[in-house]
Write a protein that binds this ligand. Structure first.
Ligand code: G3H
Ligand code: 13P
Ligand code: ZN
Length: 343
């Protein structure tokens, strides 16, 4: 089936009460890992590429790999989403290439680091909403900013400095008519999110619940949602790595989020850890090996295992067959008629 709109997938997830993992990719093995996991669990999927991924892969390669994925896995509905678009121009180039969903992260300025003003965020998000919806493409926006800066997206600090204000989130959705909204509740990107298992003092699930109450029809997005499992950290360290002890977002907290309006859950770090651990193990145990397939194959398997677990834990498993793709032109017509207007 063709690439599908994220709005369609998330609306369906909301109707049935599940969440959809959005997994980052940079290369063929990662796309294959996700597609195999989706096939085995019969899951609809969101595959996302950051600006870094687009430049690393030269994005036409990535786009054509995604087309191969839709050809080879025709039973799986797949969204191709731009993660952390930093400007309307970046979103425009993704839409022109064929992405079916874009994130306009106007919570930060174009440098991806400096928190922006509310007015700036509304202005750039509205611009992207107009251009994307005219083509049936979905828009994710962000209000409040994540902490950390490990991977170049975030305002630094602990993540508690720029939490999303529920009243502002409500106003923002009215002002922009975005389809999905990323909120800041104390998470950050990368492996080093929390120094111990997070409790309510650092991971603000109460705030998420309050936001959902105010904007029940908006799909909430949790960024920085890797769980950073100890087993994956241990494998890396067992085979020569040097990760410091760290904690991610517990899966139970994500599941609580899913009960309270979270429909998209962004996971990148867990897959990075899984692949790196598998590669380290091969090279450590068999230093004579030099065929990249000897370590990329186990790396792909390790990522597939993590993705399958998340698909099951988030509840998307088993739902692929319930989705009949709505063509983007039809989505555009529905936006034009105001069918998705903010309520
Ligand atoms: O938040 C971002 C994702 O983890 C992608 O990171 O910009 O290093 O590709 P990246
Ligand atoms: P993690 O670093 O927790 O995997 O978060 C990824 C993310 O939010 C991508 O946008
Ligand atoms: Zn993110």
């Amino acid at each position: 089936m063709p690439l599908v709109s994220m709005r369609q997938l998330l609306d369906e997830a909301a109707r049935k009460g599940y969440g959809v993992g959005a997994f980052n990719v940079n290369n063929m093995e990662q796309i294959q890992a996700i597609m195999e996991a989706a096939r085995e669990t019969e899951s609809p999927v969101i595959i996302q590429a950051s600006r870094g991924a687009r430049s690393y892969s030269q994005d036409r390669f990535l786009y054509h790999l995604m087309l191969a994925a839709t050809e080879l896995y025709p039973e799986i509905p797949v969204v191709l989403h731009l993660d952390h678009g930093n400007s309307p121009a970046t979103c425009k180039s993704a839409i022109e290439m064929g992405f079916t969903s874009v994130m306009m992260d106007g919570s930060l300025m174009e440098d991806g680091k400096t928190p922006s003003s509310y007015e700036y965020n509304v202005r750039v998000t509205r611009e992207v909403v107009a251009m994307a919806h005219a083509k049936g493409v979905t828009v994710e926006a962000e209000i409040g900013t994540l902490g950390g800066i490990e991977d170049g997206h975030g305002a630094g600090g602990s993540g508690l400095e720029h939490l999303t204000d529920p009243g502002q989130a409500e106003q923002f959705v009215k002002d922009t008519n975005c389809d999905a909204l990323a909120i800041a509740i104390g998470t950050s990107h990368g492996a080093y999110k929390f120094t111990k298992k997070p409790d309510g003092s650092v991971l603000k699930m109460d705030r998420l619940i309050e936001i959902h109450k105010r904007i029940p029809a908006t799909h909430l997005v949790m960024h920085g949602s890797s769980s950073v499992p100890k087993e994956l950290q241990d494998i890396i360290n067992q085979y020569g790595g040097k990760l410091k002890p760290t904690w991610g977002v517990p899966v139970e907290e994500i599941q609580l989020g899913i009960k309270n309006g979270v429909r998209k859950i962004n996971v990148d770090t867990d897959n990075r850890l899984a692949m790196t651990g598998a590669i380290r193990k091969v090279l450590w145990e068999s230093p004579e090996k030099f065929d990249p397939r000897d370590y990329l194959k186990p790396a792909r398997e390790a990522m597939k295992k993590v993705v399958m677990q998340r698909m099951t834990q988030f509840g998307q498993a088993g739902h692929a067959k319930e989705i009949t793709p709505i063509p983007l032109e039809e989505m555009a017509e529905m936006y034009r008629k105001g069918q998705f207007a903010a309520r």
